[in-house]
Design a protein around this ligand. Structure first.
Ligand code: NIG
Ligand code: FE
Length: 412
């Protein structure tokens, strides 16, 4: 099947040869062409260019005239927890009434609350709840997503989560990467026996996850009251044996050296980074590790935003992701993330779009196939409504500027 899109007002994030990611000043450069065409063959982008050079002489199965509309690559959401059961809207109300995220967690709410419910939920039910969220984010323009375990916290329930992710991979066209986050919180049964739980994760759950090939990445919540830098080193060392690259939760509430641990173990990404010291920024320079900011989490919990300006101005790359989960970010809307990054983190629209496309793709190891409009990459793109420019996407925050989403050449 060969389809063409013609009279594109502006074709955004084009590349002649794929790059890995953009960093520093380069993030402010978003390559586009105006009055463009785009050709896709089955699931792949085969050509694009200026309308003057559109090949009129070849046969197309379908030609879409998108006059006054823009086309940009689908969002790459490199950090989510969309496989979960139920919701935690009661905790949301508790927070409005004055409790903190930490106080709720200490009362047995938080991650343990989600784990308790997930353990009782059947795999089929968990699958259908999660599939709804996956479909929801695809309609919001996401074309590649990373999904974590971490609401199981027992061998059985962690495997159940990862099996749900595996089935989602099989049943949907969207690219999905799975991350094993067994070390997300300490289950009550292990109270005051954290090293026993970590040992269980490392000696019992991890080998099974690896054996069944259920995860590409390994994650840990490196945070005061959760897992220490020492725990992080231990887990990442174990993950290395199975070839699981780290993508880790660090510096959400406290900067305790998680960034350094991530860099030491060649993490593909270090995520959250609401609390960043000079030494954390320094440590990320000239590494393969992508820093990832999650502005909807900052918004929802009313915690500081990742200091994007400081980091980009220091020459670092930055990716943006949603963190979609029932506790800290019950939203998977990358359009809102891009807008919030502009409004609250003072990223330019160019920086935010780069961060949500090519840099997000890199943070999942998908930069060769996703994250830009490039010949040979997956035909994953958003057709906008009639809007004046790409600035309009973050500017019109909370509004829906997407008309159509194509994932692997198929209209969603
Ligand atoms: O990324 N911080 C750790 N994990 C999730 C939130 C987990 C939850 O509250 O359910 C996050 O914010
Ligand atoms: Fe998270």
């Amino acid at each position: 099947m060969k389809n063409a899109f013609i009279n594109i007002k502006e074709l955004i994030q084009i590349e002649d040869s794929p790059k890995k990611y953009v960093s520093g000043k380069e993030m402010n450069n978003l390559p586009t062409i105006k009055n463009a065409f785009l050709i896709i063959e089955n699931d792949i982008i085969s050509d694009f260019g200026f309308m003057e050079s559109f090949p009129n002489n070849i046969y197309f199965d379908k030609i879409f005239d998108v006059t006054d509309k823009l086309i940009l690559p689908t969002w790459c959401d490199s950090h989510t927890h969309i496989v979960y059961a139920g919701n935690r809207s009661q905790e949301f109300v508790d927070r409005i009434n004055g409790l903190t995220y930490e106080q709720i967690a200490n009362k047995g709410g938080g991650i343990l609350n989600s784990a308790k419910l997930l353990q009782k939920t059947s795999e089929e039910d968990l699958y259908s709840q999660s599939a709804l969220r996956l479909e929801e984010i695809m309609h919001l323009g996401t074309g590649a997503v990373e999904i974590k375990s971490g609401y199981g916290l027992t061998k059985e329930a962690e495997l159940k989560m990862l099996n749900v992710i595996k089935k989602l991979k099989e049943n949907y066209p969207i690219a999905i990467k799975a991350t094993f986050l067994g070390a997300h919180a300490l289950p009550n049964e292990y109270k005051n026996r954290k090293s026993d739980y970590l040992k269980d994760v490392i000696d019992t759950i991890l080998p099974q996850v690896a054996k069944e090939n259920l995860a590409e990445f390994i994650d840990i919540f490196c945070e005061t009251g959760y897992f220490s830098v020492e725990d992080t080193n231990q887990l990442l060392e174990a993950g290395k044996v199975y070839g699981l690259q780290p993508k880790i939760h660090v510096n959400q509430f406290n900067a305790i050296g998680g960034v350094q641990a991530g860099v030491k173990y060649n993490a593909l990404s270090v995520d959250h980074l609401e609390e960043m010291r000079e030494e954390d920024i320094e440590c990320l320079k000239n590494t393969i590790t992508m820093p990832v900011a999650l502005p909807s989490c900052s918004y929802f919990l009313s915690i500081p935003y990742t200091p994007a300006r400081k980091m980009i101005d220091a020459g670092l790359p930055l990716a943006l992701a949603t963190d979609y989960n029932p506790g800290s970010t019950p939203s998977g809307n990358m359009n809102f993330v891009v807008s919030t990054a502009c409004v609250k983190m003072k990223m330019t629209p160019e920086e935010a779009i780069n961060a949500a496309t090519i840099n997000g793709a890199y943070a999942m190891g998908l930069e060769k196939t996703h994250g830009s409009i490039c010949r040979g990459k997956k035909a994953n793109f958003i057709v906008t409504k009639k809007i004046p420019s790409y600035n309009f996407i973050p500017y019109s925050f909370g509004n829906h500027q997407i008309e159509k989403v194509f994932i692997e050449g198929i209209e969603i």
